[in-house]
Design a protein around this ligand. Structure first.
Ligand SMILES: O=c1ccn([C@@H]2O[C@H](COP(=O)(O)O)[C@@H](O)[C@H]2O)c(=O)[nH]1
Length: 276
């Protein structure tokens, strides 16, 4: 998906919501367990209930890998079911030497090899250039680099002073030399909303994938106040607060309500910024 297609979709849906598919067998409604693949059945119903309200989906690979072969099949089936118009992100947070990254890129981007071809992948920048650039060889695919995460532990390394910059600032500056804002996004946690002004100094045009609203307590309003750009430039993710809004038979309707409420707030923010 191109940057322009993403922007057009945001304007059309009046939304920059990313629905996180962190599907946990221990948390899904009991009645789904009668289906051959309860995880896929759950995802299917969540996707059907939310696809007109969001512009992206983000399965977190840990939730699938933790079920072995069966989990991988659920992930492949989920990818096949995802709408073609949404930006489909695999939250895998990979990072390794070049030839290994080649294999990760093949696993998540090459449908003929693995059965999956996500539009974007999250990667960790710690190992530098050769760990990230293999993903960029796949034309039209996005790399989403962890910059300033929503986690409490973000302070352990990301705020280390490298001389002129915090480490997270140095990461953004360096990664900007690998590709432009049409191929690279950054992860910035909603729990770090006051840092968005600073981040926009280094990444004025890049889309930011923003996890941390909902279950982690980040504020959508604050993220927009400091982070929105003329093209929106934000994909705000919510996982648990949407997909586990209810664990009864009404779970998909409850997920829709939760997604609708976020989408409505997003429409207000897009109007405030003059984007729609
Ligand atoms: O800094 C980060 C990077 C990634 N995540 C991931 O996003 C979702 C958040 O889920 P919620 O249930 O909405 O809290 C999850 O997949 C995390 O692994 C993050 O939270 N923070």
């Amino acid at each position: 998906m191109t940057r322009q297609q993403l922007i057009d979709q945001i304007k059309q849906k009046k939304s920059f919501l990313c629905v996180g598919l962190d599907t946990d067998l221990d948390k899904i409604p009991e009645f789904l367990k009668q289906y051959p693949d309860p995880v896929f059945e759950f995802n299917k119903r969540i996707i059907d209930a939310t696809k007109d309200l969001c512009v992206a989906y983000k399965p977190n690979s840990a939730f699938y890998e933790s079920y072995g072969v069966k989990g991988l099949q659920s992930l492949i089936d989920t990818w096949q079911y995802l709408p073609k118009e949404t930006l489909n992100i695999i939250d895998a947070k990979r990072g390794d030497i070049g030839n290994t990254s080649d294999k990760y890129a093949r696993a998540f981007f090459d449908e003929t090899a693995s059965g999956m071809s996500f539009d974007a992948i999250t990667v960790t920048p710690y190992m530098g250039n050769d760990s990230v650039t293999p993903y960029l060889k796949y034309e039209g695919k996005w790399v989403i680099i962890l910059a300033l995460t929503s986690s409490v532990g973000s302070k352990d390394f990301q705020y280390l002073n490298t001389g002129d910059d915090y480490l997270y600032e140095a990461v953004i500056k360096k990664a900007n030399t690998w590709a432009g804002a049409d191929r690279i996004m950054y992860v910035v946690g909603a729990t770090k909303s006051t840092e968005f002004t600073n981040i926009r100094k280094y990444a004025p045009d890049n889309f930011l994938l923003v996890p941390g609203v909902g279950a982690q307590g980040g504020s959508l309003e604050d993220v927009c106040q400091y982070g929105i750009t003329k093209d929106c430039g934000l994909l705000v993710n919510a996982s648990r607060s949407i997909i586990y809004a209810s664990n009864g038979e009404d779970f998909a309707d409850a997920a829709r309500e939760e997604a609708k409420s976020l989408q409505k707030q997003m429409a207000v923010e897009l109007e405030k910024a003059g984007i729609i």
